[in-house]
Design a protein around this ligand. Structure first.
Ligand SMILES: Cc1cc2nc3c(=O)[nH]c(=O)nc-3n(C[C@H](O)[C@H](O)[C@H](O)COP(=O)(O)O)c2cc1C
Length: 168
């Protein structure tokens, strides 16, 4: 298997982190990968926040109950999209995956935490002083893995069809 696929296939959502710092080089590489993601008509309608302050991380974990583990992360990326662009969710989702995979390529774990469609999205935007035209699409807490869980995945053969779909 080539290196790229090894990274893609090995990725898991990581929710428990070691207390080991993530270097600025890795943070920059993740942000660099994010800003190179594809976007509809190449509008790049986004902002990428980086939060390292432990009190803010704790506040984020308390504000987003489904991301309570953010408080234990070394840092958290916050991806915001300009919501008057039709494809901002897709664009910011592409950037989110670029960050997650770039981090994983350095052995740093992370987890996509929902932002868009969540009631707390607006609270987090205000917390970070982000202009109103942006909406939180995702939070990405990150840290070196303390625990790796391996969720089951559907069988590929049950998901793929060739040319036209037929019921089994
Ligand atoms: C759009 C989206 C939203 C997600 N939101 C959350 C979340 O709020 N909290 C969480 O713990 N995991 C969240 N996840 C991670 C999923 O739970 C995880 O990807 C799934 O269980 C499969 O595990 P894996 O990533 O290890 O393959 C989200 C993933 C996606 C794609």
């Amino acid at each position: 298997m080539n290196l790229g696929l090894t990274i893609l296939k090995g990725r898991r959502s990581i929710r428990k982190y070691k207390d080991t710092d993530i270097s600025d080089e890795i943070i920059h590489a993740a942000l660099d990968a994010a800003h190179l993601a594809p976007t509809a008509r190449n509008v790049q309608p986004w902002l990428f926040g980086v939060i390292k302050n432990s009190e803010t991380l704790e506040k984020l974990g308390n504000t987003a109950p489904n991301g309570a583990f953010i408080k234990d992360a070394k840092l958290c990326f916050a991806i915001f999209g300009e919501s008057d662009h039709t494809y901002y969710v897709e664009d910011c989702s592409a950037a989110t995956m670029q960050i997650i995979l770039a981090l994983w390529s350095y052995g740093v774990g992370s987890c996509w935490v929902a932002g868009d469609k969540k009631d707390y999205a607006e609270d987090i935007r205000k917390m970070m002083n982000v202009p109103e035209k942006y909406t939180l699409v995702s939070l990405i807490p990150a840290g070196y893995p303390e625990e790796v869980t391996v969720p089951s995945k559907k069988d590929l053969k049950d998901l793929v069809f060739n040319e036209t779909f037929t019921e089994n």
